[in-house]
Ligand binder design. Structure first.
Ligand code: C5P
Length: 297
C-alpha cells in the first residue's frame, strides 16, 4: 500500500516583520494564502527511512534526515513509539527555495501520508503541534486556504476568502536562503525603530469580499527590500510583470519567486507569457487561490 498526499504552495499577501526576538526569530503578522501549485508526497512501506525526489529543482533537495519531510516522519514515529521506516517520494512542482513554502509543504504532506500509511490516526491538534515544531510555515501548509499567522508565523487563525484570485509566479534562477533574507532585513533595519507587526484590516476585508483590486492595493511584504538587496535583478522581473498588466507585483515571502496578481484568468496568462518572453525569469506559472491544504489523493 502507498499513500499520496497533495500539498499547496503559499504566497504571503501581507508579511509584516517586527524586530528580531531573543530566540533569533522575528515576530510576524503573516497573511498566508494557499495557491494552486502543488507538490505530491508518497509514503510507502520500507525497511528504513529513505527520501527520493523528482521534478524541477529536485537536485537541490537534500535526501538525508535534514529533509523536512524526513523530519516529519521521524517526529510522528516518535510520538507513537514506531520506527520511521518509510520511503517518502516527493514529486516537486513548487519552486525549490523560492519563498513559496515548498519544503514546508513537503513536511506537512509527509506527516499526513505517514499518519494514514501507519494507521496512527493522530488528532489534528497533535499533527499541527508537530508541524509547528518543524518550521514556522508548516502548520499553514497543512491547513491551506487563507490564514493569519502570528508569533513566528505558526499560530494560525483561519481567514474567510470570498472569491478566487488569479496569480502568476515568476520562478527565478536559483534560490534564496530564508535565514539570509531575514539577516539582510536585520542589517537594513539596524538602528531604526521597527514597528510591531499588525495585519491590515483593509487587506483582510479584500480577502473576505473577494475584491481583487483591493487585494492588489493592499499587498505588502516587509522582506521585499531585503530580497531585492540580495538579488537586485528581481526589480526588473517585478517591472516586467507590471508593464504586462499585473494589478500588483511583489516578492513571494523571502523570495526569489515574484508574485503577480492579475484581474482574471486571461490577464494571468498574458502576464505569464510576457514574463517568460522578457527573459527575466526561468519559468512563469499561473495559479488560482485559495487552494486547499494537505489532502490524501
Ligand atoms: O521556522 P523556519 O525553520 O522555517 O525558519 C527558517 C529561518 O527563517 C529561521 O531559522 C530564521 O532565520 C528565519 N525566520 C525568522 N523569523 C520567523 C520565521 C523564520 O527569523 N518568524
Amino acid at each position: 500500500m502507498t499513500v499520496t498526499v497533495r500539498v499547496p504552495a503559499k504566497v504571503n499577501v501581507q508579511l509584516a516583520v517586527g524586530g528580531v526576538r531573543g530566540d533569533g526569530f522575528h515576530p510576524l503578522a503573516n497573511v498566508f494564502l494557499a495557491v494552486g501549485l502543488y507538490d505530491e508526497v508518497t509514503a510507502a512501506p520500507a525497511r528504513e527511512l529513505r527520501v527520493t525526489c523528482s521534478g524541477p529543482g529536485s537536485q537541490y533537495v537534500p535526501l538525508d534526515r535534514t529533509n523536512l519531510a524526513a523530519r516529519a516522519a521521524i517526529a510522528l514515529a516518535e510520538l507513537h513509539g514506531l520506527a520511521p521506516d518509510v520511503h517518502l517520494h516527493i514529486d516537486k512542482d513548487i519552486p525549490v527555495a523560492g519563498g513559496m513554502a515548498g519544503g514546508s509543504a513537503d513536511a506537512a504532506g509527509a506527516l499526513l501520508a505517514c499518519d494514514v500509511l501507519w494507521g496512527t490516526r493522530t488528532p489534528r491538534e497533535q499533527l499541527l503541534a508537530i508541524c509547528a515544531g518543524l518550521g514556522s510555515d508548516v502548520p499553514f501548509s497543512y491547513v491551506g486556504g487563507a490564514a493569519l499567522g502570528v508569533g513566528r508565523g505558526e499560530q494560525l487563525t483561519p481567514l474567510e476568502v470570498g472569491g478566487e484570485f488569479h496569480w502568476v509566479f515568476a520562478v527565478a534562477d536559483g534560490g534564496l536562503s530564508t535565514p539570509a533574507v531575514y539577516g539582510e532585513f536585520d542589517r537594513l533595519t539596524a538602528g531604526t525603530e521597527v514597528p510591531e507587526p499588525a495585519a491590515s484590516a483593509a487587506l483582510l476585508t479584500a480577502l473576505r469580499t473577494g475584491d481583487t483590486a483591493a487585494l492588489a492595493a493592499g499587498l505588502s511584504n516587509d522582506l521585499q527590500a531585503a530580497a531585492l538587496s540580495l538579488r537586485p535583478s528581481l526589480a526588473e522581473t517585478l517591472a516586467q510583470g507590471t508593464r504586462a498588466g499585473a494589478l500588483a507585483a511583489l516578492v513571494s515571502g523571502s523570495g526569489p519567486t515574484t508574485a503577480f496578481l492579475a484581474k482574471d484568468a486571461e490577464g494571468a496568462h498574458r502576464v505569464a507569457q510576457a514574463l517568460l518572453a522578457s527573459g527575466t525569469c526561468v519559468a512563469a506559472r499561473v495559479a488560482v487561490a485559495p487552494a486547499p491544504g494537505a489532502v490524501v489523493l
